[in-house]
Write a protein that binds this ligand. Sequence first.
Ligand code: FMN
Length: 310
Amino acid sequence: MTPDPTPPARQGALDLCGVSLRGPVLNGSGTFDVIAARRAFGDVLLERFPFDAFVSKTITLAPRQGNPPPRLWETPAGLINSIGLPNKGLDGFLELDLPRLAELPVPLVVSVMGFSRDELARLAGAVGEREEVAMLELNVSCPNVETGLVMGADPAETALAVERVRAQTDTPLIVKLTPNATDPAAVAAAAQDAGADAVSLVNTLKGIALNPETGGAWLGGGGGGVSGPAIRAIALEQVAAVAARVEIPVIGMGGIASGRHAADFLAAGATAVAVGTESFRDPAAGTRIATELAELSLRGGQPAPASTVV
Ligand SMILES: Cc1cc2nc3c(=O)[nH]c(=O)nc-3n(C[C@H](O)[C@H](O)[C@H](O)COP(=O)(O)O)c2cc1C
């Protein structure tokens, strides 16, 4: 990330849930540690910020250590991660991280996850009332301790969670869908009907890696989540299915590593896209992908609309 007097061209501005963005490329939650990147790259990071909105790592009510190492396994064309959502908890986030995130030159989306609807509602209420926060993202990829069901795997569970959160805050609400659901489009429709302003997908797919010496789990946390180009075709299908089912904006992600991939997600019906695993390989990937996307659209290179993709 070197200084350059001419910032690269980005695809046009858009309105996402009433929040104006200079372009359609976000980051996937948990895949870009902006506070560490600012330490490494200095203010050049702010001048050439790779994303058009920044999504925080998911926070929980209580602080979490995360899973024991090892936390990453490289698969062909992807990663399996078992990070386990280490974070400072709500109070630590508000005191230590939010002031730093508020300095970013783009709107801030804060990702929250609760182990019960009460927890989710408390988090959303406390974070949503902060003026630095433009949008909330609900990460519903975890089991509800009250029911044992993964909130985002079931339309009824999702609806109950979203209704509860909606009652706490008027801040625009993105529901991040898990691909590990029987019918993600039904979950998206339930989220929309319960008051979500947008949905984002996909989160990681379930995966494991085995230790060749012991035959046991390689990752310290046991199972993990697969991301990167390995999941792109699956993500694209789910984005197309969800976009065909709901009227609210869809933020598409899963293995996006080039402007061409981003254009495919937009053609499949997404309003915006997010870059995740690719940022580990190249911290400026968001900028490169946005530039490639802008060039493609200048050349009229958008692929066919969603109806012919599915
Ligand atoms: C190391 C790592 C950490 C992640 N942490 C989170 C997280 O905290 N919250 C969340 O909603 N998604 C998290 N994700 C999922 C990503 O945001 C994204 O949905 C997923 O990786 C698919 O996009 P990609 O293939 O471009 O990485 C994480 C993914 C990775 C690889």
